[in-house]
Design a protein around this ligand. Sequence first.
Ligand SMILES: [Fe+2]
Length: 188
Amino acid sequence: MRFPSILVSPALTIPKAELEHMERTGLLMGRFYDWMRQNNLLPIHAPPPRDALCRAAAVHDIGKALIPAAILNKPGKLTPAEFEVIKEHTHRGIGLLRQQNKSDSVMLAVCRHHHERWDGSGYPDELSGKSIPYPARLMAVVDVYDALTHERPYKGAYSKDAALQIIRQGCGTQFDPAIGGAFLNLME
Ligand SMILES: [Fe+2]
């Protein structure tokens, strides 16, 4: 899954590490989806289309193109004010996708809601449980796993085991426990 060229324009710059993260999550989403399907774990009624999910994953952080690089690349801990700016990437991503006029409902849901948490303490809308769109609940797990296992300006890469332990601890608080559990089964 390559980063969709429709979303790359000279007016948009996004750090390479962010682009690579999105590209990897597009691939991992496909792998997770296939495993869920083989194990009959996808919703029986109207599971999201695989292609739409992978495309959505590959652009989920596109709004970071409109966040100052100095904040995205800050090596240390963000101030509360800086974190508020980072949180804007969900809304800004939606704006970009709508401008492109090539998005779909899965893409918009993933872009807007991938930082919601199962317990309702996420952003931007503080949705909880199954009120979080299913594709965004899948994205939350795939996103965090990839972010943890790769280096970022503000942290080193966690081992696979350490990342899976964090996913395990987040089941039922950060993540849909059924989806988090399925991901652990795939990766372990
Ligand atoms: Fe994000």
